[in-house]
Design a protein around this ligand. Structure first.
Ligand SMILES: Nc1nc2c(ncn2[C@@H]2O[C@H](COP(=O)(O)OP(=O)(O)OP(=O)(O)O)[C@@H](O)[C@H]2O)c(=O)[nH]1
Ligand SMILES: [Mg+2]
Length: 388
């Protein structure tokens, strides 16, 4: 997928449908001038529903769709007929979409699974028709309930891709090369930093029928938390990975220091990231072979499993897959819950300025009856509220 097509942030204005008004109607037929109240109920307004879809993996389809509006419920009719129900608006989103309030940045909900549906905004209930209000003392109620108002809200959808393993490393560490070797993904690979500009996903098949998902994110550098390099914007894509695979090339001057810098940057972004299982792969081991003692020493100093790999010669790749699989099977890595910090909407690292200036329709729905009831037309048939 081309880089420009990976959209992981959209801001939308959503509005559900308002409920239809109940009907005020008095039945009248030939030889039956006082047929009684028979106004039907209004229909429910349409909901705004988010639905997870595993076939999507970007929010691109919503990029140019700024307003999502469900339709209103229809008014009730005479003969106790119900108003039409408003049409629900179903918004398909990739699994792993997190929803924030567009004005306050407050976390609202999260769509995790394929087919999971979340009602973001409820449609208003339809009002009751005057048939419901008939009593022994008021046999001709000349009022009906109005429909409930619609709900409206600005929301921000942010995608945090759901993968099992996330690759963390400096630029040029060989992350994309590993992904291309173990999966069918075809990320861009080159000998210059920041080749990868958007997250890439790959499905790694393991042994017979097993597989897991691997996410390659753009390289991180020291000071990323202060916005250096591509910053930490993409780190949210590893927030929900069960295992983090750190990658440091053997050519690095100080593997330990490089690992610690990466860890420090992750901590600055979200300290919860440090609670995840970690593995360290020393990459490019075809260039220079580390000794067993060196690896053991690293393992001890950093208290993390260390493995030497080479994507070029294939050395250590099977062992790495075994290691990742064993980690993924551990019980503590099965549930990947993470609390989503509220979004700082003042400082979003996005060029969405123009979008924010979009004029949103300022529709205010009050609990009002939609039409004035014309009572005079009933005067001549003897239906009068003053008359007992
Ligand atoms: N010799 C050798 N070279 C490798 C190996 N893995 C990657 N490289 C080379 O290292 C360079 C960078 O590889 P990438 O996979 O693009 O690195 P990256 O970590 O994805 O880099 P960014 O996307 O910029 O963050 C490329 O020139 C690769 O050919 C390896 O196992 N052995
Ligand atoms: Mg890359």
């Amino acid at each position: 997928m081309a880089n420009g097509n990976f959209i992981d942030y959209v801001k939308l204005y959503c509005r559900s449908g308002k409920g239809g008004a109940g009907c005020m109607h008095l039945h009248r037929a030939k030889y039956l001038p006082k047929g009684g109240p028979d106004g039907g109920d209004g229909g429910r307004g349409g909901h705004i529903i988010l639905r997870g879809n595993r076939n999507l993996w970007t929010l691109l389809h919503l990029k140019y769709q700024k307003h999502i509006l469900a339709t209103d419920g229809g008014k009730g009719g005479d003969s106790r007929s119900f108003g039409k129900q408003g049409e629900d608006k179903i918004v398909e989103v990739p699994c792993g979409t997190v929803v924030y309030d567009g004005d306050t940045g407050e976390w609202l909900c999260e769509v995790k699974e394929d087919g999971e549906q979340i009602v973001l905004l409820k449609g208003g209930r339809g009002g009751l028709g005057n048939w419901h209000f008939r009593t022994a003392t008021n046999q001709a109620p000349r009022y009906a309930q109005p429909g409930e108002p619609a709900q409206e809200r600005n929301v921000i959808l942010q995608l945090k891709v759901l993968a099992d393993v996330g690759l963390v490393g400096f630029p040029n560490a060989g992350k994309s090369t590993l992904l291309s070797v173990v999966s069918a993904a075809k990320p861009e690979i080159a000998a210059y930093p920041f080749t990868t500009l958007t997250p890439q996903l790959g499905i790694v098949s393991y042994r017979d029928d097993c597989s897991f998902c691997m996410a390659d994110i753009p390289g991180i550098i020291e000071g990323a938390a202060e916005g250096k390099g591509l910053g930490l914007r993409f780190l949210r894509h590893i927030e929900r990975n069960a295992v983090l695979l750190f990658m440091v090339p053997i050519t690095s001057e100080d593997i330990k220091r490089e690992y610690e810098i990466l860890l420090g940057e992750l901590e600055k972004y979200n300290p919860q990231l440090l609670t995840k299982s970690r593995l360290l792969a020393v990459t490019k081991c075809d260039v220079d072979k580390p000794t067993q003692q060196q690896l053991k020493k690293l393992e001890k100093e950093l208290s993390v499993p260390v493995i030497a790999i080479s994507s070029v010669s294939g050395e250590g790749i099977t062992e790495l897959k075994d290691l990742i699989w064993t980690e993924l099977q551990k019980e503590q890595n099965q549930v990947i819950e993470i609390s989503h910090l509220p979004m700082d909407i003042e400082h979003i690292e996005r060029d969405e300025q123009s979008d924010n200036e979009d004029e949103e329709p300022t529709t205010i729905y009050l609990n009002e009856v939609e039409e004035e009831w014309d009572l005079s037309k009933y005067a001549d048939i003897g239906w009068d509220t003053k008359k007992k």
